[in-house]
Design a protein around this ligand. Structure first.
Ligand code: ATP
Ligand code: MG
Length: 420
């Protein structure tokens, strides 16, 4: 029996990978316009990093982490998200001493032990961005605008930017208390998870997707009514700045992110087209996180996008795979050797070139050229070799012309008009 891959961990095959490359290239392009640099961090970290940052009572830490012991008995975890590792790297490398403001982006695989389904996997990929060192709400608006710009650039339009504020350590306890009081009378109606959350992390109950919990929490107190003066002012200004630059958004006061480190502004890019996997990107402010992890008391804000969900949405508008500029159809040993050397030279000069290696008939070679969607075919048979004249066929127009083999390389690279 052959060995299969691990459930929920996917191969990204040719045909799909072009979409991924496009999504990644656009991220690099757009993020660099806003002054972000890439950072690459390991996929494995000490378990403690995620426990301390994401929070002990979150779904991720309670049940979704791939945690194991290495041969020295250290507890390690495959990263379930990117922010904590990036902050760990920021602190460890003292990046704040290089520049008081850091704008960083990352992309790569993340791991969560979840029930695999469309848009939800055990190895998935995120593209994320973080800004460290700015408290001004202008930076919140800038990060959200960059996110919206990215979605425009990749041509995903069926999304809505929703924002909320989760307050700060000043005002969160008051909200938590009001919410606990509200939930107290409704415990019976909540799912098992939420009855536990009621004690450990009541804010998460508002965000539960179970229909019974949704019903039971209609009319729950809104976090926005419990913000302190500072947080209210900050949230108001974020909205003003978004309007100033024309970034569309709506407010969703029930959005509670699944990680404990968030403060003030939180947001999601949501879609109606992916069922219950409706968040394509999500993020927020984490003003206390860097200090909690032993670093300087610097504020931060960031987001992560799920690449699988982006690719699903991009869907049919798949980017065409790279087509060969030229296919060399050679017949016979002499022509085949000639074609092989020519192909090598053309590739070096930037022409995407293919040939046949199996001594197939001309018909079979043309079929293969068609399958690869080659733009042109150069036919090199015995007659062509003898007369030193190749037949150059343009596939789209089915036109053919005779071209001298002397100087053919120059002709193909420089003189021939680009084929459609
Ligand atoms: P969800 O509510 O769908 O579980 P989340 O709140 O756990 O999402 P985040 O931790 O904020 O997600 O991660 C940011 C983004 O990463 C999500 O918006 C989503 O696009 C993507 N993502 C998260 N978990 C998965 C997964 N298991 N498989 C695929 N993509 C994921
Ligand atoms: Mg989740």
């Amino acid at each position: 029996m052959s060995i299969t891959g691990i459930k929920g961990m996917n191969d990204i095959l040719p045909g799909e990978v072009e979409t991924w490359q496009f999504l990644e290239e656009q991220a690099r392009r757009i993020f660099s316009l806003y002054g972000f640099s890439e950072i690459r961090v390991p996929v494995v970290e000490k378990t403690e990093l995620f426990q301390r940052s994401i929070g002990e009572t979150t779904d991720i830490v309670e049940k979704e982490m791939y945690t194991f012991r290495d041969k020295s008995d250290n507890s390690l975890t495959l990263r379930p998200e990117g922010t904590a590792p990036v902050m760990r790297a920021f602190i460890q490398n003292k990046l704040h001493t290089r520049d008081p403001i850091a704008k960083l982006y990352y992309m790569g695989p993340m791991f969560r032990y979840e029930r695999p389904q469309k848009g939800r996997y055990r190895q998935f990929h995120q593209i994320g961005a973080e800004v460290i060192g700015v408290e001004d709400p202008k930076i919140d608006a800038q990060v959200l605008t960059m996110l919206a710009h990215y979605f425009e650039a990749v041509g995903i339009t069926d999304v809505e930017l929703q924002i909320n504020s989760l307050g700060c350590p000043e005002c969160r306890p008051g909200y938590r208390q009001a919410l606990t009081a509200f939930l107290e009378d409704r415990l019976e109606a909540l799912c098992e998870d939420c009855r536990r959350r009621y004690r450990t992390n009541p804010l998460r109950v508002v965000d539960c997707k179970v229909p019974g919990c949704k019903e039971a929490t209609v009319g729950a107190p809104s976090v926005l009514d419990h913000l302190c003066g500072d947080c209210t002012e900050h949230f108001t200004r974020v909205q003003e700045h978004l309007r100033e630059v024309g970034t569309a958004f709506s407010i969703n006061a029930r959005m509670v992110r699944g990680l404990d480190y968030y403060t003030k502004t939180t947001f999601e890019m949501v879609t109606g087209s992916l069922g219950s996997q409706n968040a394509v990107a999500a993020g927020g402010r984490y003003d206390g996180l860097i200090k909690d992890l032993g670093g300087p008391p610097l504020p931060g804000i960031g987001f992560a996008m799920g690449v699988e969900r982006l690719a699903l949405m991009k869907g049919e508008a798949r980017i065409e795979a790279a087509r060969p500029d030229l296919f060399l159809a050679a017949l016979g040993e002499e022509a085949s050797r000639y074609a092989f050397a020519l192909m090598s030279r053309l590739q070096r000069r930037g022409l995407r070139t293919e040939m046949d290696y199996e001594g197939k008939s001309l018909k079979a070679q043309l079929r293969r050229a068609d399958k690869l969607m080659a733009k042109r075919v150069l036919i090199l048979g015995e007659d062509e070799m003898a007369s030193r004249q190749g037949q150059l066929r343009t596939m789209e127009t089915s036109t053919q012309e005779s071209v001298p083999l002397d100087g053919i390389e120059e002709f193909l690279v420089v003189a021939a008009p680009p084929a459609p």
